[in-house]
Design a protein around this ligand. Structure first.
Ligand code: ADP
Ligand code: TRP
Length: 327
């Protein structure tokens, strides 16, 4: 039986944080053991918010290093840069001519982003169409992403159906795989951790910075001896991703009984996170020194991804009445 195919992407829009890691990077890299995996750096999507050449270039390179440091095996997965494959933009245009305005007008992420002050460009509005193109080109069985991307996957399925109904069955409908059990990881202010909220804990923060970020987590003002609510505490919630189940239930009891201060809880969180993240940090430093190695991986990924994408785009061009593209 051939392996099933996994596809996912991440925007090159800033420094990777614990929310990205727990919600997407770590579960996705784990799944690459079982699936034929295609992962990419979404630099076309990043253009919706990043307009400085140097920043974009740096983000792309850093993200490549981050994924490799987190355990992505380039021998086993295809890893490439979205803008290297022209077919993404081409299919996005084709799908945009089928996408009903109303479908995109209902997208939460667009509304959230303009509410946060991001300029409402046409690209930002059609972001989900490009994401649908990314997915459909590779006909994946699953698309692992964090919970906040669920609506985008639904839009991709809708557009696949619309295309199939108009031009014939080309796209299988991809299933999402959302790390429901992890849900949305809170940031230092208790809201969803996000680059755009300034509430992140960077995944590769140096030890002292990590400590500072954790010590800055906002809590209520209950005194040490008072009972506390573990289910409404960012520190406790973050601890649950790093502690064993016995350690979690012990900590839960201490919260409920009182006698643990938020300062102590923060120290527990810092120690357990630092233990898990310091080897990644060291590995990252080594990988970052070797620019040629990173370029070679992305170049190899480009060749492999291009073969798959070009095959799909030929089928698409034929079905809609375009000429055959010469290789
Ligand atoms: P950000 O909101 O910081 O800009 P991105 O939109 O670049 O993050 O998200 C990259 C990936 O990380 C996506 O798959 C997204 O679902 C996941 N992700 C981002 N923030 C969180 C979070 N707080 N909790 C869980 N997953 C998250
Ligand atoms: N929108 C995704 C995010 O913000 C990134 C992304 C772009 C993506 N294209 C994709 C994810 C295709 C999965 C599949 O994280």
């Amino acid at each position: 039986m051939p392996k099933k195919r996994l596809l996912s992407g991440i925007q090159a829009s800033g420094i990777v944080h614990i929310g990205n890691y727990l919600g997407m990077i770590e579960p996705t890299i784990r799944l690459t053991q079982e699936y034929e995996s295609i992962l990419f750096i979404a630099d076309l999507h990043a253009l919706t918010t990043v307009h400085e050449k140097e920043v974009l270039e740096r983000n792309v390179r850093q993200l490549a290093v981050d994924f490799l440091a987190c355990g992505l095996d380039p021998e086993k997965s295809i890893f490439f840069r979205q803008s290297d494959i022209f077919a993404h933009a081409e299919l996005a245009w084709i799908l945009s001519c089928l996408a009903p305005m109303g479908l995109l007008e209902r997208a939460h992420s667009y509304k959230d982003k303009i509410n946060k002050g991001i300029e409402p460009t046409v690209g930002l509005f059609t972001y989900p169409v490009l994401m649908a193109a990314d997915i459909l080109l590779y006909k994946p069985d699953i698309v692992p992403v964090g919970k906040d991307q669920k609506q985008h996957l639904e839009i991709a399925r809708d557009l696949a159906q619309k295309f199939n109904g108009t031009y014939g069955e080309i796209f299988p409908l991809p299933a999402s795989l959302i790390s429901e059990e992890r849900g949305v990881i809170p940031g230092t202010d208790g809201q969803k951790m996000s680059k755009s909220y300034g509430n992140t804990i960077p995944l590769f923060a140096e030890e002292q910075d990590l400590k500072k970020k954790i010590m800055g987590i906002v809590t209520d003002s209950r005194a040490v001896e008072e009972p506390k609510d573990p289910d409404n505490c960012t520190i406790f919630e973050l601890c649950t991703f790093f502690l064993s189940s016995e350690e979690i239930s012990l900590l839960r009891n201490r919260y409920l009984q009182g006698g643990i201060g938020y300062g102590e809880a923060k120290t527990i969180l810092f120690e357990v996170m630092n233990k898990k993240l310091s080897p990644l940090r060291e590995k990252r430093k080594k990988i970052a020194e070797d620019n040629e190695y990173i370029d070679a991986i992305l170049e190899d990924g480009k060749q492999k991804a291009s073969e798959i994408a070009e095959k799909t785009i030929s089928e698409i061009r034929k079905s809609i009445g375009f000429s055959k593209r010469k290789p």
